[in-house]
Design a protein around this ligand. Structure first.
Ligand SMILES: [Zn+2]
Length: 275
């Protein structure tokens, strides 16, 4: 394999050796030209964990850290991102009250923040249901999301946000109130026009235009690595593949690749991206 000429960073990917292809998927990413990945913790239920306190998320986070170590041995740089999936609120409130669900999720975020402070993870993850969950659940979710923003402010780290499609203007206001720079609040699965930092799925058509204007953006696959859901998302090669397609078509330059995959990533997450 020839050494890569520029870094390629997947801003949001999951690798799951238990329920998915695991290291084979990471090898696919590497072979396609990937160099760095933000490895995001999976929802607790996908690992068979039913949390009843915040510290129960340790099982989920320790698994993410373990997998990060395995993937790093392949020669990739792996930055773990830990947090609580916004859809956990619906799962949890099937068996405990909404107020208790909020407390468990906030506790999970406190637990994740501990990993960031210890240097085991680089960022947090939170959000609110991307589906219509009703006003009560939405307001409870915003409460959890605000807590996540406060934790990100405390840890001086970035926060990935999983939320409904659209600009999420109010989340920018929440970030200001919590004291987190808006450009460190990453809208996962972004659509153009959000005031948050956009992480685009690696098929977004507007990327070349945005990059030409030096609009900060990153790219992700949101590959879930679940054998039970093949084709639910695009594959682990998609970020390097799309980057190389855009490059080959002359729609972006090598300099643009450094802007997307290194400079912007360093700015948003405060981590180094070197070849
Ligand atoms: Zn994801």
């Amino acid at each position: 394999m020839t050494s890569p000429k520029f870094p390629v960073t997947d801003d949001h990917i999951h690798i799951d050796p238990v329920n998915g292809r695991g290291l084979d998927a990471a090898r696919d990413f590497l072979r396609a030209g990937g160099t760095h990945m933000f490895l995001v913790s999976k929802p607790s239920w996908s690992l068979g964990v039913s949390p009843s306190t915040g510290t129960d998320y340790r099982q989920v986070f320790d698994e993410t850290i373990r997998v990060a170590g395995l993937v790093a041995e392949l020669g990739l740089v792996v930055y773990p991102v830990l947090g609580v999936h916004p859809a956990e609120i619906s799962r949890l409130s099937e068996r405990i009250s909404l107020a208790d669900a909020v407390a468990v999720m906030k506790g999970g975020l406190d637990c994740a923040a501990g990993y960031v402070l210890e240097g085991k993870a680089v960022a947090l993850k939170s959000g609110r249901p991307h589906y219509d969950a009703g006003p009560e659940v939405l307001s409870a979710s915003n409460d959890v999301l605000f807590h996540a923003l406060e934790k990100a402010a405390e840890c001086r780290c970035a926060l990935q946000v999983h939320a409904e499609t659209g600009p999420c203007m109010d989340i920018a206001d929440m970030a200001n109130k919590a004291g987190v720079p808006v450009d460190r609040v990453v809208k996962h699965y972004a659509s153009p026009g959000t005031p948050l930092h956009p992480s685009f799925i690696a098929r977004e058509e507007t990327i070349p235009d945005l990059v030409r204007e030096r609009h900060p953006l990153t790219m992700e696959s949101d590959y879930m690595d679940e054998n039970s859901r093949p084709g639910a998302v695009i594959g682990p090669k998609s970020v390097p593949r799309y980057t190389n397609q855009l490059l080959a078509a002359g729609r972006i330059t090598v300099e643009d690749c450094f802007f997307i995959h290194a400079e912007t990533v360093e700015h948003v997450y405060g981590v180094p991206v070197n070849l």
